[in-house]
Design a protein around this ligand. Structure first.
Ligand code: FNR
Length: 389
């Protein structure tokens, strides 16, 4: 039975017998500095930084370092299995490609490359409302791959209904409603250069391909991209959103619904009480509330409170295979990868995303095995110890 960890042998064989070393580093924590050498200042400014001074983004990564894996020995792990099922979606491993907008900033192929890479690996692709390719284009690239749709809930109900209907028709099975971005966070690196791609109609492909949105415009987005950008800006912020509106959404989406951006245990409980199917414990990679709690620090209490009633997914700060092990041991059913795959995209398009995914899953598989586990399903908090302070 092949294992994701076999990728390690493949790299060694290619190096030793074919004189082919990997084009991109296998140290996934070093991807950011490598991507920085190829990304434009605008792309770097949009992708890498976080809100404010970046305290939460740093805290996300630091939180992983406060946990240590405690390997167990002499437990047969010759056959390992990372396959999983999250709310009815079969996945080759408990890792999804999280919703990340404006991916053409990283590479001209943008979301199409990511959707193809995800399908090739049997991992779930989550399409962002702020994508630079449309719902339908990404679905076509994703083919038979598993795919979910991430909703930024616009203030225009008819537009919202149209997004949902298009996503359903294009084969997206689950809805991930991002609730932490009803207003854009304070992002100095973009503000300092007065740069917001959406106002140039970059990262608004779902809107500019939408019949309801187009009806609101006097001229086509090609004729007047500025007016389309302003129309987007008039429907995107939705600070009036509240729990009472969730039944409206439920009536319009018959598949599973997850809330992304949950940080407080009481909000996780409310999500369960409102009949949602899952939460993504996330602080948006520190891009929204600077000073917010590290996402990993919030995970155990949320998993304890609602893990038996709904799926608990996690993101913000996952950089390596051991990070995935830690998040799963602390109660996540699966994790969403964010920036690392975007760096792979920047470095080599689809091949770069595949490289990052293969390395991450290989490191996950080898870490699990070397720690004495045959499957991520065997992980619990006994697998970890708090690092001495
Ligand atoms: C994001 N994220 C995001 N989330 C979302 O729900 N919709 C979106 O359109 C975007 N767009 C986006 C763009 C960029 C450039 C980044 C870096 C992130 C947040 C994303 O889904 C995820 O929560 C974070 O990326 C997790 O943090 P790390 O692990 O990337 O630091």
């Amino acid at each position: 039975m092949p294992h994701f960890g076999d990728h390690q042998s493949s790299i060694y064989f290619h190096g030793m017998f074919l004189d082919q070393a990997p084009d991109i580093t296998t140290d996934l924590t070093a991807l950011e500095s490598h991507a920085a050498q190829v990304l434009s200042p605008e792309a770097m400014g949009y992708v890498v930084p976080s809100a404010g001074g970046g305290a939460t983004a740093r805290a996300n990564v630091a939180a992983f370092d406060r946990w240590r894996i405690v390997p167990r020995m002499l437990r047969d792990h010759a056959v390992r299995d990372l396959a999983t099922d999250v709310l009815g979606t079969a996945m080759a491993a408990p890792v999804l490609l999280g919703p990340v907008g404006v991916q053409t900033l990283a590479h001209p192929d943008g979301e199409l490359a990511t959707a193809r890479a995800a399908a090739g690996m049997g991992l779930t692709y989550v399409h962002s409302t702020q994508a630079s390719h449309s719902i339908e284009e990404a679905a076509e690239a994703n083919g038979d791959g598993p795919r979910w749709y991430q909703l930024y809930w616009p203030t225009d109900p008819e537009l919202c209904e149209s997004f949902l209907a298009r996503a359903k028709a294009a084969g997206y099975t689950h809805l991930v409603v991002t609730v932490d971005t009803t207003l854009l966070g304070w992002r100095p690196r973009d503000l300092d250069r007065g740069y917001l791609p959406f106002l140039q109609s970059v990262g608004t492909a779902n809107y500019t391909s939408d019949p309801v949105f187009l009806r609101r415009l006097e001229k086509s987005p090609e004729e007047d991209p500025g007016a389309a950008g302003i129309a987007f800006a008039s429907v995107f912020p939705n600070p009036g959103l509240d729990w009472g509106q969730l039944p409206w959404l439920r009536e319009r989406w018959d598949g599973p619904i997850l809330l992304k951006g949950v940080q407080h245990v009481d909000d996780a409980r409310l999500a369960a009480e409102h009949g949602l199917d899952g939460v993504v414990v996330s602080n948006h990679g520190g891009r929204q509330v600077d000073g917010a709690a590290a996402s990993l620090d919030q995970l155990p209490a949320i998993a304890d409170a609602v893990g038996d009633r709904m799926a608990v997914l996690f993101d913000s700060g996952v950089r390596s295979g051991p990070d995935v092990v830690k998040a799963l041991a602390l109660g996540a059913d699966a994790v969403l990868l964010g920036r690392p795959y975007l760096y792979g995209l920047a470095l080599a398009g689809q091949a770069g995303v595949e490289h990052v995914l293969r390395c991450l899953l290989a490191e996950l598989d080898l870490t699990l095995g070397n720690a004495g586990y045959r499957s991520h399903r065997e992980l619990d908090r006994d697998a970890l110890a708090a690092a001495p302070r």
